[in-house]
Ligand binder design. Structure first.
Ligand SMILES: [Zn+2]
Length: 291
């Protein structure tokens, strides 16, 4: 899964720092991520501070925003640079830097970099959505001792928003229920998923989402694993569950374009191992759904 970056170590402890030459710089413009192109190959990387300095060497110091340390990978800190028009212009004029849709980093071979990019984007989106206080409208500022955004006018504090979502592999004996979403860009066969609503347990969400999306009941709901999923500012909580009663599917067409039962040998190939859905599908295929 995208967060499995061993032997690299992810450190989310909050402290402030100044970027050194080896540290990683993340910069987003309108939700697009800055990447550096390797001149030898068709490969893109998150730039180090040393590489980033070359991009901004002609930009006046006072037009460059603040750097904020987000987290570390091993000994290297990952910083977020504030979005400014001057940096956007410097990127426009550079041949070896681009601003890209963040979805393109999903399949990076360099997995720790993909994880760092999507995790930085989760924090970037949260900060971007909390520049002003939702209670009184004043400017929010970054706190000094922890990650909260503070409003000095009314005392409101906001911490990063993580939306929990369940993902469920429903089984019936030797068969797995798979579905294709009708919305969004991901159109391959996957599993039933949905956000947890206020007042629900994860198990409640599993029962509700399965009933809403495909019209069946489930029992024996068992936790499998979880996965931070910055693409939707969420954490996915994976469960296996067994069919209870009729296996007849009734689709909720706004959410699901197609759903069916697949026996182990007929399960479609999962193209990558990035998502928890892929790991759960493979676990069922290999008879390893009980961990
Ligand atoms: Zn306020």
């Amino acid at each position: 899964m995208i967060q499995d970056i061993h032997p690299n170590i992810y450190d989310i402890n909050y402290f402030q720092a100044i970027p050194g030459p080896r540290d990683i710089i993340t910069y987003f413009s309108e939700d697009r991520l800055l990447l550096r192109k390797d001149p030898e190959k068709e490969v893109y990387f998150l730039p180090t501070m040393e590489e980033f300095r070359k991009l901004i060497e002609a930009v006046p110091e006072d037009l460059i925003g603040d750097y904020e340390r987000l987290f570390s990978i091993n000994e290297d800190h990952v910083f977020l640079l504030e979005e400014t028009a001057a940096i956007d212009e410097a990127v426009d004029g550079a041949s070896d830097f681009i601003l890209e849709e963040v979805a393109m980093i999903r399949e990076y071979e360099n997995q720790w970099m993909a994880f760092a990019g999507i995790t930085a984007r989760h924090l970037y989106r949260w900060k971007r959505n909390n520049r002003f206080c939702g209670r009184c409208g004043s400017h929010m500022r970054q706190g000094e001792s922890d990650r909260g955004m503070f409003c000095d006018n009314c005392g409101n504090i906001q911490y990063p928003k993580i939306s929990p979502a369940i993902i469920t592999a429903v089984t019936s004996g030797d068969r797995l229920l798979m579905a294709r979403a009708s919305k969004g860009s991901y159109k391959r066969w996957s599993l039933i998923a949905g956000f947890v609503e206020v007042g629900e347990t994860f198990e409640d969400t599993v029962r509700r989402e399965v009933m809403e999306e495909v019209g069946i009941r489930v029992k024996n709901i068992r936790y499998f694993k979880s996965q931070p999923w910055g693409f939707s500012d969420s954490i996915m909580i994976g469960f296996f569950a067994e069919l209870e009663g009729s296996d007849m599917l009734t689709l909720q067409e706004e959410e699901i374009s197609e759903a069916d039962w697949f026996s182990r040998e007929d399960i479609p190939e999962t193209p990558s191992s990035v998502s928890i859905a892929a790991e759960m599908i493979e676990a069922f295929r290999n008879g390893q759904e009980r961990i």
